[in-house]
Design a protein around this ligand. Structure first.
Ligand SMILES: [Zn+2]
Length: 274
């Protein structure tokens, strides 16, 4: 990713997320369950999953690339009552518009230059999305410079944490880098999100082969009342999905230590709810 003048711009972010092929996909696809992965170059996935940033930023970028974010356009295509237009400029609210095409997103080109650092650009995209969500739900109206300031602040915190961990490795947990599975294995990364508003809860998983190439990925809104249930549900769905493709060597990664403990224990001490 690069820019001749060395400043953050929508164009540099564009190169991070995509290229010509996938940009078409970003602007047209809408179904998060059915993905034509061949449309997304492998380099894009590598940039997302093998990068130094927070896991939630990686998940956000992945969802952006598979059109798995609840934009007005995506919701309307799924027959959900929502405003399909951008709340800032009135154009069709696709993810490519929100992050790249909207005049609000392009303000970054005219702000004081900030260094192009992969992690920082990714955070800018994340906070662009966050500012849109706050706008839609009436929480806050972000000024463009606030988006950049929030990204810079989060980036600095991320750098500080890494520095701290480097000096005290036994006391602080690092954001983990994704590691490819051994040859012949498939690795499923699963996660769930529980919201007090059950309508906003959901699950998602991605299965990748030993080269890191995605084989299948699904994100779905699912109602559940306990995060443990959500985490268990997504692992079950991921296993069913990958088993249906006749892969027998499967590795599962989850960030819920309680569930991992229960599974390793063979269910002997699992709470009744799972
Ligand atoms: Zn707009």
């Amino acid at each position: 990713m690069g820019s001749r003048n060395g400043v953050f711009s929508a164009r540099s972010a564009y190169h991070l997320l995509s290229n010509k092929e996938s940009s078409h996909r970003l602007s047209t696809a809408s179904d998060s369950r059915i993905h034509d992965w061949s449309m997304v170059p492998a380099d894009v996935w590598k940039i997302i999953w093998i990068c130094s940033t927070l896991p939630k930023i990686q998940r956000f970028l992945w969802r952006a690339c598979v059109c798995g974010l609840a934009t007005g356009d995506a919701l309307t295509r799924r027959n959900v009552a929502a405003d399909p237009l951008c709340g800032r400029c009135g154009e069709c609210e696709t993810i490519s518009h929100l992050l790249l095409g909207c005049s609000y997103a392009r303000v970054g080109e005219w702000e004081e230059g900030i260094p192009i650092i992969d992690s920082l650009v990714k955070l800018c995209l994340f906070f662009l999305w966050l500012s849109r969500t706050d706008l839609v739900f009436g929480h806050k109206i972000w000024q463009p410079n606030e988006v950049i300031c929030a990204a810079v602040k989060a980036f600095q915190e991320f750098v500080d944490i890494q520095t701290t961990v480097d000096t005290t490795p036994s006391t602080v947990s690092l954001p983990q880098q994704w590691i490819v599975p051994p040859a012949g294995y498939v690795k499923c990364n699963c996660d769930s999100s529980l919201s007090m508003d059950s309508c906003k809860s959901g699950i998602g998983f991605i299965c990748r082969d030993h080269s890191g190439a995605p084989m299948v990925a699904i994100s779905d809104p699912v109602s559940f009342s306990d995060v443990l249930v959500g985490e268990a549900t997504v692992i079950r769905l991921a296993l069913l999905e990958i088993i249906s493709t006749r892969y027998a060597r499967v590795m599962v990664e989850s960030d819920n230590i309680n569930l991992v403990t229960y599974i390793r224990d063979g269910g002997g001490t699992s709470p009744l709810l799972i």
